[in-house]
Design a protein around this ligand. Structure first.
Ligand SMILES: Cc1cc2nc3c(=O)[nH]c(=O)nc-3n(C[C@H](O)[C@H](O)[C@H](O)COP(=O)(O)OP(=O)(O)OC[C@H]3O[C@@H](n4cnc5c(N)ncnc54)[C@H](O)[C@@H]3O)c2cc1C
Length: 397
């Protein structure tokens, strides 16, 4: 309900990324009012290239809750990935190992589907706001104050605030240091990511270990591909001409099997620094954290977007119990339930990262050991099954 500069709702959500929008969508289906605010415009979010791989359960969440079935028409099911090392590719067959697939479907499309579903259902989503502030988080009148897109001051009064505002979360900062613990790991490398106008070089993602560092070959469409290579965290994008990028990429994937990347004009170059982070607990008073605001993972396991969606699936149920049924413990149960998956995912992403990247200061011993680890994964049904389970996503439980 809007009354001048004040809107009253039950759940005020900072962030209209995948976590924030999916949460308000699930609340709508349960008859719970929610408002999202986001300091970017819809166009800005829609045009920022990010994740590309959806776990099977993320796809089911989109389709079974009636967000959209576009993912089934325009996405591509991938039944495996290749691990490439010592110049040869080894396929991990997800369908044969665990009977699941992942879906290639860009995060920008996930966002568009969610934003369209919110608009279709009359959802209240305020894009392009600024000066977000939270008040009274431990009292009984929590609120989000902000300046709306037209420059007017506004307040959303609610029962609970959800911080779904991404990895640099302002909401996380509102939890006093004495009440939270941050578990963090920095990595001494980054990814140089770019788009390529060319046909796919491989039918599925290729995760490459090489003496020159990691490279990832991924796909987007029949004529546009996304690729990454390991670089220094402070790498200067301007220092990389297309020729230099292709020489580096081709040398990382080269091998006796003659695998060669299909080259084309390069665009959207960016250095992606990453780290592992978990904030515990995920609740402070009437503030709950979800998605990247509560945890970030390195991109190697393709998990960030999926984990954000898994969080809000649990959070929606816990909030329903707390708000509709008056269950006093439901808000605390959210973190306890979500953190189990969060830490498994942290381990999986860390494991993939350490196994595939060149470690600074690493020597021949380290590289030989990594290759032995990769061989143990691809040559062992148990090893390959663990990777397949983690990559396609553990069952909800
Ligand atoms: C290059 C790249 C590749 C990736 N690849 C993958 C992948 O293959 N698979 C995968 O699963 N994940 C991947 N990820 C991670 C994935 O993109 C994130 O985990 C995901 O976006 C998390 O969703 P979220 O809703 O929690 O946060 P976000 O998508 O970051 O959304 C947070 C929203 O909050 C808004 N916001 C921030 N601060 C404020 C504020 N103060 N007031 C109001 N609004 C605010 C932001 O504008 C943003 O729209 C990748 C990430 C990057 C950068």
């Amino acid at each position: 309900m809007t009354d001048g500069a004040v809107t009253r709702t039950r759940v005020g959500i900072v962030g209209a990324g995948p976590a924030g929008l999916m949460l308000s969508h699930l609340h709508h289906r349960a008859g719970i009012d929610a408002v999202n605010v986001d300091n970017r415009t819809r166009h800005e979010i829609e045009t920022t290239v990010r994740a590309g791989i959806l776990e099977a359960d993320s796809v089911r969440l989109l389709t079974e809750t009636d967000v959209s079935d576009r993912v089934l028409r325009e996405g591509h099911a991938h039944e495996g990935i290749a691990l490439r090392f010592a110049g040869e590719s080894h396929r991990i067959d997800f369908q044969a190992l665990v009977g699941e697939s992942v879906w290639l479907y860009p995060q920008t499309d996930v966002f568009t589907d969610l934003a369209d579903a919110r608009a279709r259902d009359g959802g209240d989503v305020r894009f392009g706001i600024s000066d977000t502030r939270l008040i009274d988080l431990t009292g009984d009148r929590p609120a989000i104050r902000f300046t709306d897109a037209d420059g007017a001051a506004h307040e959303v009064r609610c029962d609970v605030v959800v911080g779904a505002d991404g990895s640099h979360s302002m909401c996380r900062q509102q939890v006093p240091e004495t009440h939270r613990r941050l578990f963090a790991k920095e990595y001494p490398f980054a990814w140089f990511g770019f788009l390529v106008e060319a046909p796919p070089s491989a039918p599925e993602l290729v995760y490459t270990h090489s003496d020159r560092g990691f490279a990832l070959i991924s796909q987007r469409t029949a004529s546009m591909q996304r690729m990454y290579f390991q670089c220094e965290p402070d790498e200067d994008v301007a220092a990389w001409s297309d020729d230099r990028v292709w020489t580096e990429m081709q040398s990382r994937v080269a091998g006796p099997d003659g695998f060669v990347l299909r080259e084309g004009p390069i665009s959207d170059q960016a250095v992606l620094r990453f780290r592992s982070l978990v904030c515990e607990p995920m609740r402070h008073g009437n503030l709950l954290l979800a998605g990247d605001a509560a945890h970030t993972v390195p991109p190697t396991g393709a998990k960030g977007l999926n984990l954000a969606l898994a969080d809000v699936r649990v959070l929606a149920t816990c909030l329903e119990r707390a708000l509709d049924d008056g269950d006093p413990d439901a808000l605390d149960r959210y973190g306890l339930l979500a953190l189990d998956r969060v830490w498994r995912t942290q381990h999986f992403s860390y494991w993939m990262t350490q196994m595939l990247h060149s470690l600074p200061g690493g020597d021949h011993f380290d590289r030989r050991r990594q290759v032995a680890e990769l061989r143990s994964v691809v040559d062992s049904t148990a090893g390959a099954t663990y990777l397949a389970e983690g990559y396609t996503g553990w069952p909800r439980g």
